[in-house]
Ligand binder design. Structure first.
Ligand SMILES: [Zn+2]
Length: 251
């Protein structure tokens, strides 16, 4: 059986409340040997830690998503960042964090996103952890903000080929989500990320390659598609992406 890692998912989300253990079991039975669960705010960071504590094959990254900032005051932001710092011994990365202009058109809120993202960048540097970036319609701005960092993953990368090349030339990693199965744009990206810098993820429960809810076992859909597009054996692609994931996160 092909062994693969789902490099980004949200198993703590309510979409899995009825069958979380079944979903995790299905993933393992399909060859998903490890999963990286990412928090997006105070509550999901706490739930992510619980999942990582109870499953040795689930790893935690704790973050603060630009889409979680609604109504947050500066002291709420600091509380999230403090908790990440307090739990840094149990995490493999910081994030997801970043900028989402697709879902936010208000200039003041966009400025707030940048301010918070800068704080998360400083925290990742302080903790010496890789940074997991969520960037939507902001890939270039995000790149400029992180270009002096050491370890960066652009999760669910959806920007241009040109910016993707800047990202990989800088030595960062690009994670392609299962949306690749139904997006020509992502297929072009998936063909062009250098093999040594490519990660694959589901971003479950979102971006399903099938209908409805996504789950980590569906990573095989995109593994098979990307392998076929690149003229590779799925097994070789799995080996490469597992190796890349372990390298960037020090797993
Ligand atoms: Zn995510």
């Amino acid at each position: 059986m092909v062994e693969v890692i789902d490099a980004h998912c949200h198993l703590d989300f309510k979409h899995f409340n009825k069958d979380r253990m079944d979903v995790i079991e299905r993933a393992r039975a399909s060859g998903v040997v490890e999963m990286i669960n990412s928090g997006v705010d105070l509550q999901t960071n706490r739930e992510t830690l619980k999942l990582a504590r109870s499953h040795e094959f689930i790893h935690a990254t704790l973050g603060l998503s630009p889409n979680s900032l609604d109504q947050m005051r500066p002291k709420d932001v600091d509380l999230v960042l403090d908790e990440i710092r307090q739990n840094s011994g149990e995490i493999i990365g910081v994030g997801e964090a970043g900028l989402d202009y697709y879902r936010c058109s208000d200039p003041a809120l966009r400025r707030q996103q940048i301010d918070v993202f800068r704080k998360v960048i400083l925290l990742a540097e302080e903790l010496e952890k890789p940074l997991v970036i969520h960037a939507r319609e902001t890939e270039d701005i995000a790149f400029d903000l992180v270009k002096d960092m050491e370890k960066v993953v652009f999760h669910c990368y959806s920007g241009s080929l040109e910016t993707m090349r800047k990202i990989v030339d800088r030595g960062f990693y690009v994670s392609i989500a299962t949306v690749v199965c139904r997006s020509v744009k992502h297929q072009a990206l998936a063909r062009n990320v250098p093999l040594d810098q490519l990660l694959i993820e589901t971003d479950s429960p979102f971006l399903s390659p099938r209908r409805g809810r996504n789950e980590p076992s569906f990573i095989l859909d995109s593994l098979n598609l990307i392998a076929r597009m690149r003229g590779m054996d799925p097994e070789d692609l799995a080996t490469a992406t597992v190796r890349n994931t372990r390298r960037i996160y020090g797993m």
